[in-house]
Design a protein around this ligand. Structure first.
Ligand SMILES: CC(=O)SCCNC(=O)CCNC(=O)[C@H](O)C(C)(C)COP(=O)(O)OP(=O)(O)OC[C@H]1O[C@@H](n2cnc3c(N)ncnc32)[C@H](O)[C@@H]1OP(=O)(O)O
Ligand SMILES: N[C@@H](CCO)C(=O)O
Length: 487
């Protein structure tokens, strides 16, 4: 097993208890969504991974007996960007897919036969709604983040529009806010290749006689769009695959021809032709603009965004990511942009693990209490005088003093307000004015928890203690609000 992998994993198949009401007006019942989950078991810090055009739920780890890991094993696992020690990572297969989720090759419960092209048309929005139903039925009530590349990035962006309060962070990689005419054009040629294959048979083909030639041709063309001119020079040049001289025929001669033929042959083993029709059409329909404006389309989002492009991607060029950034910025949303520098073209998001781990890890890793707290804050003993407490506060320009016992453990807290009250009330001893029942926090806790404790108890500071109650730091509401500005 690869180091830092989640190890052996299995795919689960969940039948949704509720129908999926589709954008077309149709509805699908008994929908199965295939998914895998890695890391935390407690449904906390859930990150949803959305796959690209021909992906599946097997994003990380190894299926029993496999030597090849899931398609995003490079960024999912212990200590990686999607750190399975910290997060619960869930990857699904899209509605309309053919890797376990309900799609055109699935059995129609009404007929007992495969849907074929009686399967209703679907959209990216429908995929996201099916994912939302799955998560709710798994008992998940919010997403720490949703992440995806290419069509997975479309799903991630669609999540922020469909369920703004449900998703806290969106990572959209090598994608767009809408499909361009070029995307539609490539999808159209791919579908034409499949539908012009006599074995497509109007969509009613048998597993033993699928339109493999058409599907392979569709893949060969699409695969070119996932590479780049530079990477093809490097990978293939003008080399001939086997012979030393031109054959003056039309068989596979050049290395690049051989590669594409191989990719086509591999693809038909793992993908269903009708799924290719439905999913590429869903990509065509993807458009988050409203009245032609992406700014209007993203106005209702609440998430924080990380938008990533790939420098050599000519299928989803960086300008499409920058358009998303402009629309988010125009709405005053919290958004960051990063560009993967890669010669690999669009599929760079599947290959450039070092850059992705850095960019995504930086964005996801929460700033914890430890990052913001005052380390080793001044403290005072219960036997000290009120005057000594006041002098410490003025000397350090602080308003809160932890009161500690001889071993450094916390026994109370005194604030500048307590000092003021002591003067007004003519109290003499610290013990008379300090608060003994102290609300504390631990250094690995999130800032979100700290803020909620301060709000709930109407306090403006939290001593940071270890498991033995020893004071490690002090976090104040002033520092917390600054962090929102700086984050
Ligand atoms: C995000 C998602 O949802 S992932 C979706 C599912 N995955 C995809 O669609 C990914 C599509 N892209 C690919 O498959 C790409 O190959 C990647 C990005 C996964 C891997 O890229 P690379 O590591 O550069 O591999 P490469 O593209 O060179 O393909 C390697 C394969 O081509 C073969 N190959 C390379 N050159 C040639 C050639 N001249 N002739 C024949 N075969 C060749 C290799 O032997 C290897 O074979 P394998 O498929 O049995 O492993
Ligand atoms: N090559 C990947 C990305 C396409 O966008 C796939 O086929 O899913």
């Amino acid at each position: 097993m690869l180091q830092d992998s989640v190890g052996e994993v299995t795919t689960h198949y969940h039948t949704l208890t509720r129908p999926v009401d589709l954008e077309s007006g149709a509805s699908l019942s008994d929908v199965i969504i295939a998914y895998e989950r890695y890391g935390r078991k407690d449904n906390k810090n859930v990150i949803l991974v959305c796959h690209a055009l021909t992906g599946d739920a097997h994003a990380a780890g190894f299926h029993k007996g496999d030597t090849k890991p899931g398609w995003w094993n490079g960024i999912i696992g212990p200590g990686k960007a999607l750190d399975t020690n910290r997060y619960c990572v869930i990857a699904t297969n899209v509605l309309g897919g053919c890797k376990g989720s309900t799609g055109p090759s699935s059995e129609d419960p009404a007929t007992g036969k495969p849907y074929g092209i009686t399967f209703p048309g679907i959209t990216i929005r429908d995929m996201v709604h099916a994912e939302h139903l799955l998560l709710e039925e798994l008992g998940i009530t919010e997403l720490y983040a949703v992440i995806g590349g290419s069509m997975g990035g479309m799903q991630a962006m669609q999540w922020s529009v469909e369920f703004p309060a449900f998703v806290r962070r969106v990572i959209c990689i090598a994608s767009a806010g809408y499909s361009t005419p070029m995307h539609i054009a490539f999808g159209a040629v791919g579908r034409a290749a499949i539908m012009s294959d006599p074995d497509w048979n109007g969509g009613n083909y048998s597993p033993g006689k699928k339109p493999d030639r058409g599907l392979s041709l569709a893949r060969m063309m699409a695969h070119i769009t996932y590479l780049s001119d530079e990477s093809m020079h490097t990978k293939f040049g003008r080399r001939l695959q086997k012979s030393e001289a031109f054959g003056y025929g039309f068989h596979t001669e050049f290395s690049v021809e051989s590669y594409l033929q191989h990719q086509g042959e591999m693809f038909v083993e793992r993908f269903d032709p009708n799924s290719y029709l439905y999913i590429t059409r869903a990509v065509d329909y993807y458009d988050l603009t409203k009245n032609g404006s992406l700014t209007d389309g993203l106005a209702g989002t609440e998430a924080k965004f990380l938008i990533i492009s790939v420098s050599s991607d000519w299928l989803y060029p960086p300008y499409l990511s920058q358009e998303i950034m402009l629309a988010l910025s125009a709405n005053g949303k919290e958004a960051r942009y990063a560009e993967i520098v890669s010669p690999h073209g669009h599929d760079g998001f599947l290959l450039e693990n070092a850059q992705l781990n850095y960019m995504v890890g930086q964005f996801l890793t929460p700033i914890t209490v430890e990052d913001l707290m005052m380390h080793d804050p001044p403290s005072i003993r219960e036997t000290s005088s009120i005057r000594e407490a006041a002098e410490l506060m003025i000397g350090h320009e602080i308003n809160h003093l932890p009161v500690v016992l001889g071993d450094g453990t916390l026994s109370g807290i005194v604030t500048s307000w307590d000092i003021a009250k002591s003067v007004a009330g003519n109290f003499q001893n610290l013990a008379e004015i300090m608060t003994k029942d102290v609300i504390t926090i631990q250094r690995s806790d999130s800032l979100r928890l700290a803020a909620s404790l301060m709000e709930k108890h109407a306090i403006s500071a939290l001593p940071v203690v270890d498991n033995a109650g020893r004071v490690l730091g002090m976090l104040t509401s002033e520092t917390l609000s600054l962090s929102e500005v700086l984050q």
